[in-house]
Design a protein. Structure first.
Length: 139
């Protein structure tokens, strides 16, 4: 059962549940890091986002990825939806799936986004080159 809360101190009322899930995330590998981005949720009471790697939450309640504020002059008819970004700095070597869940002010969660898969490769050289001397030669 979803929670309904009223935060009188900031005059916010949480809606019950979400009408949509977050769109699929796009993952871009860069060495050991994975850059993840997705469209901002258009729900009005989204507090932030949880990021999941291989089904395990890698954000915490205090490290939610914050909601992106809409620009004051944003026009939903002509302007693109702002993107939210997160960098997974601790992705171990291997193939990983990522998905995103929006969290509202009361802690209600959206459905999981579609999964996005990305591989992290070990950047250390398997067989380092040895015995090479760099310099100049004289004739």
């Amino acid at each position: 059962m979803k929670k309904l809360c009223i935060l009188l101190s900031i005059f916010a009322i949480c809606v019950i549940g979400f009408t949509t899930s977050v769109n699929a995330a796009i993952c871009i590998p860069s060495g050991q890091n994975i850059f993840i981005e997705w469209n901002r949720s258009m729900e009005i009471d989204v507090k932030g986002y949880d990021v999941y790697r291989n089904g395990e939450k890698i954000t915490t309640d205090t490290t939610l990825v914050p909601q992106v504020t809409l620009p004051e002059a944003w026009d939903p008819e002509t302007d693109p939806i702002p993107r939210v970004r997160f960098v997974d700095l601790e992705a171990p070597e291997g193939i990983h799936t990522y998905n995103i869940v929006a969290v509202d002010q009361c802690g209600n969660k959206s459905l999981n986004s579609a999964e996005s898969e990305e591989a992290v490769k070990d950047n250390t050289a398997a067989n380092p080159v040895t015995g090479v001397v760099v310099g100049t030669t004289s004739e």
